[in-house]
Design a protein around this ligand. Structure first.
Ligand code: FES
Ligand code: FES
Length: 174
């Protein structure tokens, strides 16, 4: 039995230490945000935050997340609510500004890659409150083990959604 913390909740998992985190999240904890794309850290579809840093859960063994905080797409609203100090009832009706921006900009096409895109955007904006286009492009292309890939070509909409979310988050923090 391994104890991990996912989206602020302690979870007991019965799986070998070398099980990919992605399998644990999807199969054991029924969190369907992270997607299985390539399985070898080359697409970004499976991304989650590990202590606030984007990692590829398809190559992250369960043993690597003990005593660390895992945040999946499902946990972004609560993450934002906590950062903003919202009450439990307010938090229940709140989306993360990144999710709101993705809706406003109608960013997803097929949607398959968008989990990783929103996780990467969260990491970026928590680190750089008002990223330039160059910083956004760098975050999605050269900051990790590979670029975040979108077969549908939603890259322009992603940049616009990141900028919209950054503006909203800056206001929300004021
Ligand atoms: S499924 Fe993990 S990077 Fe592609
Ligand atoms: S929206 Fe289809 S792969 Fe990105």
């Amino acid at each position: 039995m391994v104890t991990i913390v996912v989206n602020g909740v302690q979870r007991e998992v019965q799986a070998p230490n070398d099980t990919p985190l992605l399998y644990v999240l999807r199969n054991d904890l029924e969190l369907s945000g992270p997607q299985f794309g390539c399985g070898v850290a080359q697409c970004g579809a499976c991304s989650v935050l590990l202590d606030g840093k984007e990692v590829r859960s398809c190559i992250t063994p369960l043993s690597a997340v003990k005593e660390k905080e895992v945040t999946t797409l499902e946990g972004l609203p609560a993450r934002w609510a906590k950062q903003k100090g919202l009450s439990t009832s307010e938090a229940a009706n709140t989306l993360h500004p990144i999710q709101e921006a993705w809706i406003e900009e109608q960013t997803p096409l097929c949607g398959f890659c968008q989990n990783g895109m929103m996780i990467k955007a969260t990491e970026l904006i928590e680190r750089v409150s008002s990223p330039s286009v160059a910083e956004i492009k760098a975050a999605f292309t050269t900051s990790g083990p590979s670029a975040h890939l979108c077969r549908c070509g939603s890259y322009t909409a992603i940049i616009e959604a990141v900028q919209r979310a950054a503006t909203a988050m800056a206001k929300g923090r004021a």
